[in-house]
Design a protein around this ligand. Structure first.
Ligand SMILES: Cc1cc2nc3c(=O)[nH]c(=O)nc-3n(C[C@H](O)[C@H](O)[C@H](O)COP(=O)(O)OP(=O)(O)OC[C@H]3O[C@@H](n4cnc5c(N)ncnc54)[C@H](O)[C@@H]3O)c2cc1C
Length: 266
C-alpha cells in the first residue's frame, strides 16, 4: 500500500498548472483531493512520475451565480457543495448527491472536478450533471472549451478531457425540482445505482450512474414519462447492465427500475 516514487509540485495558478502539464507530458497527473488518485497509486494501478497539486488554486474554489446558472469551481469539495447556500436553494439535487458521497473524510477532501475527471462508473455526480445538462469548463495549452455533460463521459474511467486539459468549473442551470436517489455499496458508499431526476411539468430528464460502465441519460424513461412513474420500467432499455460482486446484472437492472421510480415520485 505504498505508492511508487513520484515528484510533486504545488501549482499556484491555472496557467502554471497547464504549463506544467504541457511541459512534463503523459507521466504527469493532476492531484486535487487525492481520494481517488492516491488509492490507485497505492495499489500501483497508477504510477505517475509527477503530481501537479491544484488544490491550492483559489480561482477554482468559487461557487457563484451567473444569471440563471450556477458556476462551481472544480476544486470545491463535496462538503463545500452540500453546505453552499446557493446550491441548497437553487441546485438542491447536487447537494443531495454530495451528501451521499463516502464518509466525512472523503467529503472534506474530494472535489467535484476530481470526481468528474476520474469518471468512476459508480460515482454520484455524473447522474446529476447529465440530468441537469450541465457544462464542463476545461482549459489546456490550446485554450478554453466547454464540454456538454452528454459528451463528457466516454467509458469506464474515460472522459472527453485531453491529456493536457484541466477542468476549471462546472456550469449548471438552476434546478428547483430535482431529486437524487441512491442504493449504496455497503462498505464504500459508492452507488450500486444512483438516479437523478429533474422534472419540468410533465417532462423529466433522468441521469443514471452505477448501472453501466458509462453513466447515461435514461431517454426511454424520459419519452415514456408523461407524468407517470411507471415509465421507470424502461430504466435500462438499450443498456448493457454491469455485474460485479455487489449486484449481478438482473438485480442491478431491478434496482435501477426501483430507484428511477423513487426519483420520479420524489
Ligand atoms: C472511501 C472512499 C469512498 C468514496 N465514496 C464515494 C461515493 O460514495 N461516491 C462518489 O461519487 N465518490 C466516492 N469516492 C470518490 C471521491 O468522491 C473522490 O474524492 C473523487 O472521486 C475524486 O476527487 P478528488 O478531488 O479526490 O480527485 P483526485 O483523487 O485528486 O483525482 C482523481 C483523478 O482526477 C484527476 N483530476 C483531479 N482534479 C482534476 C481537474 N480539476 N481537472 C482534470 N483532472 C483532474 C486526477 O489527475 C486523477 O486522475 C470515495 C472515495 C473513497 C476513498
Amino acid at each position: 500500500m505504498i505508492p511508487a516514487k513520484f515528484n510533486y509540485i504545488k501549482a499556484s495558478s491555472v496557467e502554471e498548472a497547464v504549463d506544467l502539464l504541457d511541459k512534463h507530458g503523459s507521466d504527469t497527473k493532476i492531484l486535487s483531493g487525492g481520494h481517488s488518485l492516491l488509492p490507485a497509486m497505492k495499489l500501483r494501478l497508477n504510477r505517475p512520475e509527477l503530481l501537479i497539486d491544484i488544490s491550492g488554486i483559489s480561482d477554482m474554489k468559487a461557487i457563484s451565480e451567473d444569471g440563471d446558472e450556477i458556476v462551481i469551481g472544480a476544486n470545491c469539495t463535496h462538503k463545500e457543495i452540500l453546505n453552499a447556500e446557493l446550491i441548497t436553494s437553487d441546485l438542491n439535487i447536487l447537494a443531495q448527491a454530495a451528501e451521499t458521497i463516502g464518509d466525512i473524510q472523503v467529503r472534506n477532501r474530494g472535489t467535484i472536478g476530481g470526481s468528474l475527471a476520474h469518471a468512476d462508473p459508480s460515482s454520484d455526480y455524473p447522474a446529476v450533471v447529465l440530468a441537469c445538462e450541465a457544462k464542463i469548463e476545461v482549459t489546456g495549452k490550446k485554450g478554453d472549451r466547454t464540454i456538454d455533460a452528454s459528451d463528457f463521459f466516454q467509458g469506464i474511467f474515460t472522459t472527453a478531457l485531453e491529456e493536457d486539459e484541466i477542468i476549471t468549473a462546472i456550469r449548471f442551470p438552476k434546478v428547483n425540482n430535482g431529486n437524487y436517489q441512491k442504493f449504496y455499496q455497503s462498505a464504500s458508499r459508492f452507488a450500486v445505482v444512483g438516479v437523478a431526476a429533474v422534472k419540468n411539468g410533465n417532462e423529466v430528464k433522468v441521469g443514471v450512474t452505477g448501472v453501466a460502465d458509462t453513466p447515461y441519460r435514461a431517454t426511454a424513461v424520459e419519452k415514456a414519462y408523461n407524468g407517470n412513474s411507471d415509465a421507470a420500467s424502461h430504466a435500462t432499455d438499450g443498456v448493457e447492465v454491469m455485474a460485479d460482486h455487489f449486484a449481478d446484472a438482473d438485480y442491478r437492472a431491478h434496482l435501477a427500475m426501483v430507484y428511477v421510480k423513487k426519483a420520479l415520485e420524489a
